[in-house]
Design a protein around this ligand. Structure first.
Ligand code: URA
Length: 241
């Protein structure tokens, strides 16, 4: 095991190459416990929980597990075509650490988006075998009928797919005000391209708004606000692993 030095720690959490990190330290931009540290080769037995870089207190863990409340008009891509990227809503250093979205949400969908730099975690959560239900709240252009509901629960064939997909659970959430539309909460097991929109289109309706509210046991934290993010708690990571 190489000796754990300050430049190695900074580099492992996305502040650049070890050479770049050494110069950040020599510029006096790094503090530990309120003291500027000028020696980039300072050795540690264990990672300190936090390091202050450029006035910002930064946690030092290498494994990233993040929940975001994705806003509309933001793309889940490192090379977005028409909008800004979800990665631009996170610290740049997360991209340097290899963060990726766990599945995707369309640009015109909002809500719970998970991100991580741990391939096995991403794979597990995305895998339909693991069976995490993804729950969405949608509003529709036309009234949602009993027939449409039953058809979705029985299963529909989507163009270009080999197997039927079905809604695992459907619940209608009446609007809280008279002018507002009812919302439909729908849970699915897979994550096919535009799946929820295509399923409602297949039964003759049209999704106007779509928000993801949960993935398995992890529920969108409404305190984040659109565009906000936080690290997953240890329990949330454990529940999904
Ligand atoms: N289904 C969709 O149609 N869009 C999403 O973003 C997610 C699920």
């Amino acid at each position: 095991m190489p000796v754990l030095t300050l430049d190695r720690i900074l580099s492992s959490i996305g502040f650049g190459s070890r050479k770049e990190c050494r110069s950040i330290v020599r510029m006096g931009l790094v503090e530990l416990n309120g003291q500027v540290v000028e020696d980039p080769f300072l050795e540690f037995k264990e990672r300190p929980a936090f390091i202050t870089v450029n006035g910002e207190e930064v946690p030092t863990m290498e494994k990233l597990y993040v929940m975001m409340d994705k806003p509309l008009d933001v793309e889940c891509s490192h090379n977005p075509r028409d909008h800004q990227s979800v990665y631009s809503l996170l610290p740049d250093r997360f991209s340097a650490m290899g963060i990726q979205t766990v599945g995707r949400l369309d640009a015109d969908s909002s809500g719970l988006l998970l991100l991580s730099n741990q391939g096995d975690f991403i794979h597990k959560v995305e895998s339909p075998k693991k069976g995490y239900l993804k729950k969405y709240r949608v509003t529709l252009a036309r009234p949602f009928t009993q027939e449409q509901c039953e058809e979705l629960l029985r299963g529909v064939m989507l163009k270009g797919e080999r197997r039927q997909v079905l809604a695992r659970e459907i619940k209608v959430e009446p609007s809280k005000n008279l002018e507002g539309k009812d919302a439909v909460l729908v849970s699915i097991g897979e994550g096919l391209y535009h799946q929820v929109r295509r399923m409602f289109a297949a039964v003759g309706n049209h999704v106007e708004t779509l928000e993801r509210v949960s993935i398995g046991p992890v529920v969108l934290d409404n305190a984040l606000g659109r565009g906000g993010w936080r690290f997953l708690t240890e329990d949330e990571v454990k529940f999904l692993s």
